[in-house]
Design a protein around this ligand. Structure first.
Ligand SMILES: O=P(O)(O)OC[C@H]1O[C@H](O)[C@H](O)[C@@H](O)[C@@H]1O
Length: 285
């Protein structure tokens, strides 16, 4: 599910073109393999759907005006996840509200490969780059971080994917059984997941897990795999919805995020690199 104006703009797109949506510059792609929409504000993937399939990602219809962050798609939480340790700066870091430059849009694997980097320096020592791979069978994102400074430094981050679902409260997330998690809605207490995870209401959990997951919404099963991440965050705000989520859209998404949180921060030495990646495909194919 994506906003009507974005839907219309995609319907009017043949091939690849630049357009405006919600006061942002977006790249729209509508090709034989499928569709994609990418905002330069935030380096933020807003939409992906293989040809003749339901949307894989959800983006809300009442986005905040820039420089506010967009609710939906795949926000880039970088160079920290959640609140900053020193209390300085916005939740989830500076990348999701920065302007990103699209460096290349290449044909690859019967689909597209898009390379991006931020227009301005976002951290004193760390520099990110993003590569998006999309075709009829899969969506993959790689968020690369390079340490080009002089002292060891700590990174937390997330590819904060909002998946489109038929009904949030009918969803099951498979693959977390037995995993230890921190329940942010229960005072950051630790628990063990017993059985598969069903969504019944508001949820904000960090699972200590690197395993591939399956998101089953009763109508579709998406396989969500990752690399370079030992935290899987599962989030849904429940009621009342945040100000930038319409009440009737609240049960149409679930966030399942590939993250490096305070449970598994990445320590980078000068010259070192880290790659966080997310790979989404239909399960059972
Ligand atoms: O409202 P945002 O800053 O976009 O954050 C949305 C959510 O992101 C993550 O999933 C966090 O675990 C949540 O605690 C947070 O509420």
């Amino acid at each position: 599910m994506i906003p009507e104006a974005l839907r219309q703009a995609l319907d009017e797109t043949r091939g690849r073109r630049d357009a405006r949506w919600a006061d942002r510059s977006v790249l729209l792609i509508n090709e034989s393999w499928g569709e994609l929409a990418l905002s330069r504000h935030g380096g933020h993937l807003l939409h992906f759907a293989p040809r003749d399939q339901r949307d894989w990602l959800w983006t809300g219809s009442i986005p905040k005006a820039p420089p506010g962050a967009i609710r939906g798609g795949i926000p880039l939480c970088w160079p920290w996840f959640g609140d900053p340790e020193d209390g300085q700066g916005p939740a989830h870091g500076t990348a999701r509200t920065a302007e990103w430059q699209i460096e290349a849009v290449d044909d690859a694997e019967d689909g597209v490969e898009i390379h991006l980097f931020p227009e301005q320096r976002l951290d004193e020592q760390l520099s990110p780059r993003l590569v998006i791979h999309a075709n009829a069978r899969r969506l993959a994102l790689e968020l690369m971080t390079e340490h080009d400074g002089e002292t060891p430094t700590r990174l937390t981050q997330a590819l904060h994917s909002y998946f489109d679902v038929a009904d949030t409260y009918a969803c099951r997330v498979e693959g977390l059984s037995g995993a230890r998690y921190i329940d942010k809605l229960d005072g950051f207490t630790e628990h063990d997941q017993v059985g598969e995870l069903g969504i019944r209401g508001a949820l904000d959990r960090i699972y200590h897990s690197s395993r591939p997951l399956v998101l089953d919404d009763g109508q579709r099963r998406l396989r969500i795999a990752k690399n370079g991440s030992d935290s899987s965050v599962v989030w849904h705000p429940g009621t009342p919805p945040p100000g930038d989520v319409a009440a009737e859209e609240l049960d149409r998404f679930l966030c399942v995020e590939a993250a490096c949180t305070h449970l598994d921060p990445v320590w980078l030495a000068p010259g070192a690199q880290h790659r966080l990646s997310l790979h989404v495909s239909l399960a059972d194919e």
